[in-house]
Design a protein around this ligand. Structure first.
Ligand SMILES: CC(C)(COP(=O)(O)OP(=O)(O)OC[C@H]1O[C@@H](n2cnc3c(N)ncnc32)[C@H](O)[C@@H]1OP(=O)(O)O)[C@@H](O)C(=O)NCCC(=O)NCCS
Length: 394
């Protein structure tokens, strides 16, 4: 079953009701090979004559509950927004407190400037600003949102999730949740939103990536002080006639998690203030090598999962971790010269879960990428974690 532009996305998916030949072309022949519906589930559904079988979920008796009644829908990106803090911090300023040079930072990371948020530029403030732009570009009102999802690893108020603070700022009370998968968080959120839309659970989801990494950066640490920064990016996901958000290829190298963490932890700091403020600590070389070894195969799998070839990709936006990692990925994947590559790290630094929507937003704003382009996104970082997917740009 073809399902729009990302041709493999809808393959092998029987989304229909038993007895609905429109939804599953193999229905009449009794041949469901290549369809996700398992034989025993089909038998069960045939017995439950009043029931509906849909991806293994059997509702044994009418009425069908809620919205989960129709065929799978095609998720699309409807709008994108961004917020960049006002304060621009260049390498010369960083070198006022860090034993380093502008030349070394540019050569090793690609970064020239980064943005650091003021106390007023809170997670909620930045997330709301990005959300408002994404909604406007999607032609939607806040009231159209069924869910607000915020990817962040720097929230300092976990009991009052940022997603709820953003919702309140937008004047709405939808389902709301924060999630933390560090630098892969935005792509994880996109993956979850995709399936919520496909399944018909919700109509419109706002996914925000927002960070204030400057709060947890030790300004004298040579391995991290010049890398991390602040900002927010957001997308609205809804449904359309052709699929525009491919399946996520996600996972972790959890056994290597200690290579990137907060130290001391908050618990250790509360127990002993002399340990100093919790700050990001990174074994940079190990993270670099892990990314080089792991991420190319994740990227290839994401393209394959979308039923595409690497040659179909117009735009490549990896997490803006380090320009050298981006360059390495471009080489490993053998991307054509005309593929547009996200390079937002140069002016924005590494903003973890915000980096991918910020980089996509920048490419669209600069006219380097366009609505309708096919983009490969791939987030990776602390955890260690990764998530890639192919999308059609809004
Ligand atoms: C952080 C990173 C730029 C450091 O570069 P590196 O080449 O690994 O640096 P090293 O710590 O091995 O040090 C190499 C040399 O640079 C020096 N150095 C280290 N940090 C420095 C700094 N900030 N300024 C100047 N010199 C520095 C070291 O003293 C060492 O000098 P030596 O060769 O004379 O002994 C690099 O490891 C990296 O980019 N890793 C990936 C990190 C990343 O992307 N993280 C994001 C994950 S979300």
């Amino acid at each position: 079953m073809e399902d729009g532009r990302l041709s493999g996305v809808g393959r092998a998916e029987c989304a229909g009701e038993i007895g609905d030949p429109e939804a599953c072309p193999d229905q009449d022949e009794g041949d469901h090979d290549g369809c996700e519906v398992a034989p025993q589930q089909r038998r069960a559904a045939a017995v439950a004559t009043a029931g509906v079988l849909r991806h293994g979920a059997i509702f044994a008796a009418a009425p069908i509950i809620g919205k989960n009644a129709g065929p799978m829908r095609a998720p699309i990106l409807e709008g994108i927004g961004a917020y960049r803090p006002h304060r621009v911090v260049d390498n010369a300023e960083v070198c006022q407190w860090l034993d380093s040079t502008d030349e070394w930072i540019r050569e090793r990371s690609g970064i020239r400037t980064r943005r650091w948020a003021s106390p007023e530029e809170t997670h909620a403030m930045m997330g709301t600003a990005a959300a408002r732009e994404a909604l406007e570009r999607a032609g939607l009102e806040p009231e159209d949102l069924d869910m607000v999802m915020v990817a962040t690893c720097t929230s300092t108020q976990p009991i009052w999730p940022v997603a709820h603070q953003v919702s309140a700022s937008l004047g709405i009370e939808p389902a709301a949740m924060d999630l933390n998968v560090t630098c892969a968080g935005f792509c994880y959120g996109l993956g979850l939103a995709r399936d919520l839309i496909r399944g018909g659970t919700v109509d419109h989801v706002l996914v925000i990536g927002v960070e204030r990494l400057s709060d947890i950066t030790d300004r004298t640490d040579r391995g991290t002080a010049f890398i991390f920064a602040d900002g927010a990016g957001a997308v609205v996901i809804g449904s359309g006639s052709e699929t525009g958000v491919g399946p996520p290829v996600w996972g972790s190298s959890a056994k290597r998690g200690e290579t990137l963490l907060l130290s001391p932890s908050y618990a250790e700091f509360i127990a002993d203030k002399d340990l100093g403020k919790p700050s990001i600590r990174m074994q940079g070389r190990r993270v670099f090598h892990w990314a080089g070894e792991t991420i190319p195969s994740v990227a290839r799998a994401a393209v394959e999962a979308a039923g595409m070839q690497m040659g179909d990709i117009d735009v490549f936006v990896p997490h803006q971790a380090n320009q050298r990692i981006t360059d390495l990925l471009v080489r490993s994947l053998g991307l054509d010269d005309d593929v547009v590559v996200g390079q937002d790290i140069v002016d924005s630094g590494n903003t973890s879960s915000a980096s991918i929507p910020l980089a996509v937003h920048r490419l669209l704003a600069d006219g380097k990428a366009h609505s309708g382009d096919v983009a490969l996104l791939i987030g990776f970082g602390g955890g260690l974690s990764f998530c890639g997917q192919v999308v059609v740009l809004p």
